[in-house]
Each structure stands twice: as structure tokens, then as C-alpha cells.
Design a protein around this ligand. Structure first.
Ligand code: HEM
Length: 496
């Protein structure tokens, strides 16, 4: 009798469980179908939607054509998932204000590597840590990082001096090592010349290898439907176990940096100005700081958010200046005029390079390192006469608003004059958002802009750059936007 009632209980529980998940799935399917068929957007090409797969050149061109047809917002269909792309400044402002929650669809996959660091956390943990870490990027602190950027720039110039034989070289690959050095030295004050001497810096070299491995491992997961659908299946697979091991190794290295720094500060007290030191000193109103695990999270976040993005920024700037040599020359003239004989770029001088600033902004508009940011609706929102229900996935279209013809005239044209003071007067602040905006904007944006400017000033002062004849740039998205197959440039020394 008892065994019958136990089995009835088990079957009932299983049935309820099944009904629960089935009803959730049906509700998801119903809202997807509603969005797919009743929300404005371009025609789908098949049952799988718009056929967007890898955010490569073809996909990016498709997204740019959608914004021409639907300049305010539209839906995009990825297989069974429908996302709403918000593409005009007014609606983007509304989305930042009303839809604050990050869509965790991909973020959670990276918890083993980046924990609850700023870019990956939500809610109260994020709020507390953002408050704690904002002072790290205060202008006073950026001043000391400028010294690091100057040194990195000098190393970059040295590396390129070995490439001036008239042959082309992959600029992006060198820029990646330069921005890695700038990030590493700003975080850990290591003062390493990683560009000329990576081999003799085993910790730094292995961290770079681990980051590369992490990118490759993420692609394996993204390309496997089962691995995306189920954490359990993924973590039971060899791919999942390798990923976890890599994450552990990365975190152990961060722990080592913290440990080394603690040993230094106790035995040999001195003033540091690097990010690690500032992280260790940061305190809440109640005097509590970050735990070791939290510090590891934040260090890892600064690496992942900070170095591929700036590689992309500086590489596309150089690409644009090579495509438009008249602007390269204008920037160079300005650099010579502002710097004179001085070898060092002082932090307070960075804003004097107006022409370079306009060119950098224009290249970030055309080639934003992050093409979109993802949000999820947490309570019904009215947008342009539509009610977006709780759970609707939103893409704030950075690339979309930058390429929106109702926001920027002839959006595909490189025209730095768009960013002159007169032309920007009255422009909606969310017309240009390479660093995102709102509460979760990029905490490192001033750091990134200073770094990209110092490096490019050093390079443009020493070399004239051109594209390899016949080179065709094709965009590709890995973790950020980049050039497929690299960026083939030729450098010629400037005759002084
Ligand atoms: C050209 C360079 C850069 C670009 C284009 C860029 C872009 C962005 C964007 C679009 C976001 C918002 C992401 C989202 O909402 O999902 C973001 C967030 C973030 N960025 Fe950057 N970034 C750059 C450089 C940096 C640097 C150098 C650092 C640190 C040293 C950094 C640290 C962060 C962090 C920690 C966040 C998360 C902020 C939060 O959620 O509170 N970024 N960045």
C-alpha cells in the first residue's frame, strides 16, 4: 500500500515537473512567435530566421541594412530566439532608463573565469562594486597610467622599427601585444617590455595564452547546441572540463599577483599607483574592502574588458587613417605642433590633439569594438507604441545607432568633422555610444581613450602608415570587432 502511494507521489511530482517546464517552454515559444510575426522587422530568410551566425562581414552588413529599413527599432530572429534591436538615440535613452538588467544568456557561462566582476555581475553586488571601483578611474589616477602608456608607445615604435623594410606586417597583432602590455603594467606595475621581451616574462606570456585559449574554448561552446542548452552536459564533456581548468589557471595567476603584491607592501612599503594597489585599498563606507576572490574577479574583468577592445580601437583608427591619408597627415601636423621637441605626452596635453580626437571618435563610430549590448526586460515597458513584456531580450544597437541614416548623414562615410564642436552641438548624447551609456557604461573609457591616443601619437610621429596594396579589410567578430586575417600595413619612417 505504502509503495503504491510512493510511486503515485513520484509520478505526480514528475508530471507536475513536466507540465511546469512544458508550460514555460510553450509561453516562451508563444512570445517568440508573437514577436516574430507581429513585431516590425525585416523579412526572415528561412525558418531559422535571418541567418545571422557569426557577426562577420555579411551579418554586420545585414544588420546595417536593417537599420536603414527600420531606423527606430526592429526585431531580429536567431533560430527560435527573437531579439529586439533598439537603434535610435531616443529609444536607446528609454532602454537604458527602463531596462537596466543585463541579459545573462551568455554572461553566466563565464562565471568560472570572471566571477562577479563588474562586467559580469548584476544587482546589489554590481552596485556595491561599481561604487567601490569608480574612483580607480578618476582623472588623478589616470595621470599615472599615462606614464605607462608613454613607455608602451616607445616599445611599440621600437617594434615597428624592425618592420620598415617595405614589406607589410599585421598591425593588429602588434597592437594586441602593445595594449596587453599597457593593461598588464597599469594593473600590476610590472614595468615589463612585453612587446620586445614576452619570452622572459613567463607569467604574462602564459596569461596571454590562457586568454587566447578561453576565446577558442568559448567558440567551441557557442558552436555546439547541446553545450549551449545545458551546463551539465557541457561540464561533463572534455571541452567543459578543459574550460574549467583554464579558468582555474587564470584565476590562480591573478591570485599570485595579489600575493606577490601583499608580500611587497608588508616587507617594503611604498606608494603604488597601479590598479591592483587601488583595488586593494578600496573601502566601503563601513570600512570593508574586497575579499581575495572579489579582487581576482575584478582584475580578471579589467583584463578581459580592457585589452582586446583597445586593440580594436587603435587598429581601426590606423586603418581609417591609411584609407584617408589626408587625415593622417593632418593628425601628424597637429602632433608635431603640440609636442614640439618633447618626447613625452603629458596627461594634461592629451585633450590638445583635437584632430586626432575627431578621427578616433569617427573610427569608433564606424567600427565599434562592441557592436551591441544586451538587456532583458524585467517589467513591461512601452516603446514606440509596443508593449515589451517581461523576459523580452533587447539589443541596444551600438553599431545600429552609429550607422543609422536618420542620426548620421551618409553613415558609411569617414568624416571626422562630424565630431567638431559646432557639428556636435544639439546632437543627442546617445547618437554616439561606443562605450555604452547609462549606469553600466564603460568604467574604463577615459583610460582607454588616453591609451589609444598616446599610442597613436607615438606611432604617427615616427611613421607614415599605408595599407598593403590590394589589401581588402573584412570585418569579423571574435570577442570584439576585428579584421579577418589581420590588418596589413606598411610603415615608412618619418624623415625629421
Ligand atoms: C576602446 C576600448 C573600450 C571599449 C569600446 C569598451 C566598451 C565597453 C562597453 C560597450 C561596455 C558595456 C558592456 C555592457 O553593458 O554589456 C563596457 C563595460 C566595461 N568596460 Fe569597457 N571598453 C573599452 C575599454 C575598457 C578598458 C580599458 C577597461 C578597464 C581597464 C574597461 C572596463 C570595463 C568594465 C569593467 C566594464 C563593466 C562596467 C559595468 O558594468 O559597471 N573597458 N565597455
Amino acid at each position: 500500500m505504502i509503495s503504491v502511494s510512493i510511486s503515485v507521489l513520484i509520478y505526480t511530482a514528475l508530471a507536475l515537473f513536466g507540465i511546469f517546464y512544458l508550460s514555460k517552454f510553450v509561453a516562451f515559444l508563444y512570445s517568440s512567435i508573437k514577436l516574430r510575426y507581429f513585431f516590425p522587422g525585416p523579412k526572415t530568410v528561412s525558418i531559422f530566421g535571418h541567418g545571422l551566425t557569426d557577426f562577420g562581414e555579411e551579418d554586420l552588413e545585414k544588420l546595417e541594412s536593417y537599420v536603414k529599413q527600420y531606423p527606430r527599432m526592429h526585431r531580429v530572429v536567431y533560430g527560435h530566439m527573437v531579439r529586439i534591436v533598439v537603434a535610435c538615440p531616443e529609444l536607446i535613452a528609454l532602454a537604458y532608463a527602463e531596462i537596466p538588467d543585463k541579459d545573462r544568456i551568455f554572461l553566466d557561462m563565464f562565471t568560472p573565469a570572471f566571477g562577479n566582476g563588474l562586467a559580469f555581475s548584476s544587482g546589489e553586488i554590481w552596485k556595491r562594486n561599481r561604487r567601490l571601483l569608480t574612483p580607480l578611474f578618476h582623472f588623478k589616477c589616470l595621470e599615472s597610467f599615462c606614464e605607462v602608456f608613454n613607455k608602451t608607445g616607445d616599445h611599440f615604435v621600437e617594434v615597428i622599427s624592425t618592420k620598415i623594410n617595405g614589406n607589410s606586417f599585421d598591425f593588429s597583432k602588434l597592437a594586441r601585444l602593445a595594449t596587453f602590455e599597457a593593461t598588464m603594467n597599469s594593473i600590476c606595475s610590472k614595468d615589463c617590455d612585453l612587446q620586445n621581451n614576452l619570452e622572459n616574462n613567463p607569467d604574462q606570456r602564459s596569461y596571454l595564452e590562457m586568454l587566447d585559449l578561453l576565446t577558442a574554448q568559448s567558440l567551441i561552446r557557442f558552436n555546439n547546441f547541446l553545450y549551449i542548452m545545458s551546463d551539465t552536459i557541457y561540464y561533463m564533456s572534455k571541452a567543459g572540463k578543459d574550460f574549467l581548468k583554464n579558468c582555474k589557471d587564470m584565476r590562480n595567476l591573478m591570485a599570485k599577483f595579489i600575493h606577490e603584491r601583499r608580500a611587497l607592501t608588508t616587507e617594503e612599503p611604498r606608494e603604488y599607483n597601479d590598479l591592483l594597489d587601488l583595488i586593494m585599498k578600496s573601502r566601503d563606507e563601513d570600512g570593508s574592502g574586497l575579499s581575495d576572490e572579489e579582487m581576482i574577479d575584478e582584475l580578471s574583468n579589467f583584463f578581459v574588458a580592457g585589452f582586446e577592445t583597445t586593440t580594436c580601437g587603435i587598429s581601426f583608427l590606423m586603418y581609417c587613417l591609411c584609407r584617408h591619408p589626408e587625415w593622417q597627415e593632418k593628425c601628424r601636423e597637429e602632433i608635431m605642433e603640440v609636442l614640439g621637441d618633447s618626447e613625452t605626452i603629458a596627461f594634461e596635453d592629451i585633450n590638445k590633439f583635437e584632430c586626432l580626437n575627431m578621427c578616433l571618435k569617427e573610427s569608433l563610430r564606424l567600427y565599434s569594438p562592441a557592436t551591441l549590448v544586451q538587456r532583458i526586460v524585467d517589467k513591461p515597458v512601452q516603446m514606440d507604441g509596443y508593449t515589451l513584456k517581461k523576459g523580452t531580450p533587447i539589443d541596444i544597437g551600438i553599431q545600429s545607432v552609429h550607422m543609422n541614416p536618420t542620426v548620421w548623414q551618409e553613415p558609411s562615410k569617414f568624416d571626422p568633422n562630424r565630431f567638431s564642436k559646432e557639428n556636435m552641438e544639439g546632437k543627442h548624447p546617445y547618437s554616439f555610444i561606443p562605450f555604452s551609456a547609462g549606469a553600466r557604461n564603460c568604467i574604463g573609457q577615459h583610460f582607454a581613450l588616453a591609451e589609444m591616443k598616446v599610442l597613436s601619437i607615438k606611432l604617427l610621429r615616427s611613421y607614415e602608415f599605408s595599407l598593403e596594396p590590394g589589401y581588402e579589410m573584412i570585418r569579423e567578430t571574435t570577442t570584439v570587432l576585428t579584421q579577418k586575417g589581420g590588418l596589413s600595413l606598411i610603415a615608412k619612417p618619418i624623415q625629421s
